[in-house]
Ligand binder design. Structure first.
Ligand SMILES: Cc1cc2nc3c(=O)[nH]c(=O)nc-3n(C[C@H](O)[C@H](O)[C@H](O)COP(=O)(O)OP(=O)(O)OC[C@H]3O[C@@H](n4cnc5c(N)ncnc54)[C@H](O)[C@@H]3O)c2cc1C
Length: 637
C-alpha cells in the first residue's frame, strides 16, 4: 500500500497516460481488497455536480467509490410492482417517511406501500465530504423562494434557493448530518398533550444507536444504543476545528456540549448521523435493513398527484400517483400518511381539496374541507454567511489521491467528514430574554474535500488563499411565511413566500451574530493561525462604510440565507386554534384516515437543525398509529 501510494503521489496529474497508470495502481490497490458489487441505476453522476474541468478525475473517483458496496444504495435494487390496495400508503421516503414505513411494516399483517418521487441515492452522497455536491443536482427539487423587497437581494432574480431531496431518503441524503434535538422549552411551548420535552425523549431514543455513550460528549441518561440510526462524531476533523473551539472557550463559552441533551449556549463538535464516515440517510438506516420484509413495498420514481378523499364521508380512500408517465390509483384499507415534507405535504393537501377555501376556489379545485391553516405558519431559521480567510495558507485541494485512498481503505481522512460544518455553537443575544432557548446558532463552512481537477495534492482549489465562513443564524424569529399553489398541476412547484425580516428585531439581532463571529475570529487562538475577516466589500453594499452597522444590515439583506429548517405548514394544534391543520395525533382535522407526519407537522420551530426532531415526530406518529389500529397492543417492538 505505501509503495502504490507514493507512486501515485509522485506521478499524479492530468496527463492521460499518467492518469491511466495511476488508475491501474489504484485498481491494483482496490483489487487487493474484498470484491464488491456495483450499485443500481443512479440519479446523477458525481462529475455532473462539479465544474467541467473536473470531469475526468471525478468520474474516476466515482468508479472507485462504486466498488464499495457499503456506500451504494441497495434500496434501489428492489422496486415493487403496483398494488391496487394496501393497508397504508406512506407518501415520501425522507427523514419522516422512512421511519414511518419501517415502523408500520413491523406489523407483519399490515401491507405498507411507500411511494417516493425520487430514485436511488447516487453512491457519492454517502461520502460526507461530498455534502455540498448534490444541492441543485438532479436529486434536488431545487425549490426557489418568491422574491422579497428586503431579503436575498443579491441572489439571481432575487430568488433564494430551498434545497429538498428528491431521492430515496429525501433531504436526509442532502443534509449536513448534524444530530441535535433542541431544548425543553421548544417542546413544552407547543402545549400539546404527549409532546412535552420529557414525553418525547423516548421517541428520540427509539431511533438512536449512539456509538459514543460513555464519552465526554454524551451526557448519561439522554441517549440510547439499540436503534437503527448510528450517531457519532465524524472520524476526521480539520485542525481549524480545534482552533475554533479554543477561540470560543477564550470568549467564555463552554465547550463540548451534548446537543442531544438539550442545546444551550456553548460550542461543540456535533454528533452526526453517519456510520464511521458513511452518511446514514433515513432510508439507509431505517429501510435498508428491513427491505426484505414481504409486507413492505417501495416504489421509487412514483410521484403522488393527490389524495383521493371521499367528499361525503370526509375520508381518505387512496392516492393517485404517476410513474414513468403512467397514472395509477392505490386504495387504502386503513390510512394515507403524507410524509412529503414542509413544501409538498401542504401542496398535496391543497391539490386534494383540503386547504383555504378561497385559494382552492380561485384555482378551480373542488373544496372538500376548508382548513385555512394549510400552507401558513411557514417557519425557518435565517442566517448570513460572513467570509474569513486564513492568511498565508494556500488553498490546496483537500480531495487528493491520498484522501481517496484514506477513505477507500479506512473510511478516514478529509472525505470522511464535512470539514468545518461539523462545528456549531449557540449563544444568547444581548437583548433577548434568557429563558433557556439560545437566540443565535453559529454554523461554519469550509475545508471540504469535495472536488478536484487532478487529484494532485498541490492543486490549488481556490486562488487567493484558504477561505471559510462563519454563519450566524437566528433561531427565534417571529416572521412567518406562507405557501400557496402556483396551479393545480402537481408538477408545478408551489409559491413559497418566506417573509423574512417581518420582525423589526431580526436584522439587528442577526447583525449582533455577525459581530460575535468577528469577535471569535479576533481571539488569540484564531489570530495565531492567521484567521482574519475578509475585508473585500460586498459589491452591492459599497455605498456603506465597511464594517459599519449599515454595511452589515445591507449585507444581511443582500446575502440572506434561508436555512434549511422549514416547518409548520401543516401544524398540529388544539381545537381552540383555528389555524391548526392537525390534531395532536397528527390527524388532518375533519378528514378521517389521513395524517401528516413530517417537518410540516411541527407547530413551532425548535432551536436547532431539524432532522432528529422530525424523526422523533415520525417515531411517535408510528406509535400513535399502532395504538389506534391495535388498541390491545400498547407496546409493540
Ligand atoms: C442542505 C441541507 C442541510 C441540512 N442539514 C441538516 C443537518 O445537518 N442536521 C439536521 O438535523 N437537519 C438538517 N437539515 C434539515 C433536515 O434535513 C430536514 O428538516 C428534514 O430532512 C425534513 O424531513 P422531512 O421528512 O420532513 O422531509 P424530506 O426529508 O424532504 O422528505 C420528503 C420526501 O417526500 C418526497 N416527496 C415529496 N413530494 C412527493 C410526492 N408528491 N410524491 C412522492 N414523494 C414525494 C420527497 O422526494 C422526499 O423524499 C438540512 C436540510 C438541507 C436542505
Amino acid at each position: 500500500v505505501p509503495r502504490v501510494s507514493n507512486e501515485i503521489n509522485e506521478n499524479f496529474n492530468t496527463d492521460d497516460e499518467v492518469l491511466r497508470k495511476n488508475e491501474k495502481l489504484l485498481t491494483d490497490l482496490l483489487d487487493s481488497m474484498e470484491p464488491t458489487a456495483t450499485t443500481a441505476d443512479e440519479a446523477g453522476s458525481l462529475a455532473s455536480t462539479c465544474p467541467r474541468e473536473s470531469e475526468k478525475f471525478m468520474t474516476f473517483l466515482e468508479d472507485i467509490l462504486k466498488c464499495r458496496d457499503d456506500l451504494g444504495d441497495r434500496l434501489g435494487t428492489i422496486v415493487s410492482n403496483h398494488l391496487d390496495e394496501v393497508d397504508f400508503v406512506v407518501v415520501g421516503s425522507g427523514n419522516a417517511g422512512s421511519v414511518v414505513a419501517a415502523r408500520l411494516s413491523e406489523i407483519p399483517n399490515w401491507k405498507v406501500l411507500l411511494l417516493e418521487a425520487g430514485g436511488p441515492a447516487p453512491t457519492a452522497t454517502a461520502v460526507p465530504g461530498m455534502y455540498f455536491n448534490y444541492q441543485n443536482s438532479s436529486i434536488d427539487w431545487s425549490f426557489r423562494l418568491e422574491p422579497q423587497s428586503n431579503a436575498f437581494l443579491g441572489q439571481p432574480n432575487g430568488c433564494a434557493q430551498c434545497p429538498r431531496g428528491k431521492v430515496l431518503g429525501g433531504t436526509s441524503v442532502l443534509n449536513g448530518m448534524m444530530y441535535m434535538r433542541g431544548c425543553a422549552k421548544d417542546y413544552d411551548g407547543w402545549r400539546l398533550p404527549g409532546w412535552s420535552w420529557e414525553e418525547v425523549q423516548e421517541f428520540f431514543q427509539r431511533s438512536e444507536n449512539n456509538k459514543e455513550v460513555g464519552s465526554c460528549i454524551v451526557e448519561p441518561g439522554h441517549h440510547a444504543t439499540g436503534g437503527p440510526l448510528p450517531v457519532e462524531r465524524f472520524p476526521h476533523q480539520p485542525k481549524l476545528v480545534w482552533d475554533i473551539l479554543a477561540a470560543a472557550k477564550s470568549l467564555g463559552f463552554s465547550i463540548g456540549e451534548d446537543l442531544g441533551a438539550g442545546v444551550k449556549p456553548g460550542f461543540t463538535l456535533a454528533q452526526t448521523m453517519q456510520n464511521h464516515g458513511i452518511r446514514m440517510s433515513a432510508a439507509k438506516a431505517f429501510l435498508e435493513p428491513v427491505m426484505g420484509r414481504k409486507n413492505l413495498h417501495i416504489i421509487p420514481n412514483a410521484m403522488v398527484l393527490k389524495v383521493i378523499v371521499d367528499p361525503k364521508l370526509k375520508k381518505a380512500v387512496g392516492v393517485v400517483y404517476e410513474r414513468h408517465g403512467v397514472t395509477r390509483v392505490t386504495k387504502v384499507r386503513k390510512e394515507v400518511i403524507l410524509c412529503a415534507g414542509s413544501v409538498q405535504s401542504p401542496q398535496l393537501l391543497m391539490l386534494s381539496g383540503i386547504g383555504p377555501k378561497d385559494h382552492l376556489k380561485d384555482l378551480g379545485i373542488p373544496v372538500i374541507k376548508d382548513i385555512p391553516g394549510v400552507g401558513t405558519n411557514l417557519q425557518n431559521h435565517v442566517s448570513v454567511s460572513v467570509n474569513f480567510k486564513v492568511a498565508d495558507e494556500p488553498a490546496t485541494n483537500l480531495l487528493d489521491v491520498d484522501a481517496v485512498k484514506e477513505y477507500i481503505l479506512g473510511r478516514r481522512g478529509p472525505m470522511s467528514s464535512t470539514g468545518l460544518c461539523q462545528v456549531t455553537g449557540f449563544s444568547y443575544s444581548t437583548t433577548g430574554v434568557r429563558d433557556g432557548r439560545p437566540h443565535i446558532q453559529f454554523f461554519f463552512a469550509g475545508y471540504n474535500a469535495n472536488n478536484s481537477r487532478t487529484g494532485d495534492p498541490d492543486e490549488i482549489a481556490y486562488p487567493g488563499g484558504r477561505r471559510f465562513n462563519i454563519v450566524p443564524t437566528l433561531l427565534r424569529t417571529r416572521s412567518r411565511g406562507v405557501l400557496r399553489l402556483r396551479s393545480k398541476n402537481a408538477h408545478q412547484a408551489p409559491k413559497i413566500y418566506g417573509n423574512y425580516f417581518q420582525d423589526a428585531n431580526d436584522i439587528p439581532r442577526l447583525r449582533e451574530g455577525i459581530r460575535m463571529a468577528i469577535s471569535l475570529a479576533e481571539t488569540e487562538p484564531l489570530k495565531r493561525v492567521g484567521v482574519e475577516l475578509d475585508r473585500t466589500p460586498d459589491e452591492n453594499c459599497l455605498h456603506h462604510q465597511f464594517d459599519s452597522d449599515d454595511y452589515w444590515d445591507c449585507v444581511i439583506r443582500q446575502r440572506t440565507n434561508p436555512e434549511n429548517h422549514q416547518c409548520g405548514t401543516c401544524a398540529m394544534g388544539t381545537s381552540a386554534n383555528p389555524m391548526a391543520v392537525l390534531d395532536h395525533k397528527l390527524r388532518v382535522r375533519g378528514i378521517r384516515r389521513l395524517r401528516v407526519i413530517d417537518a410540516s407537522s411541527i407547530p413551532d420551530i425548535v432551536s436547532c437543525n431539524m432532522a432528529a426532531p422530525v424523526m422523533m415526530v415520525a417515531e411517535k406518529g408510528a406509535q400513535i398509529i399502532k395504538e389506534y389500529w391495535q388498541p390491545d397492543k400498547r407496546s409493540i417492538c
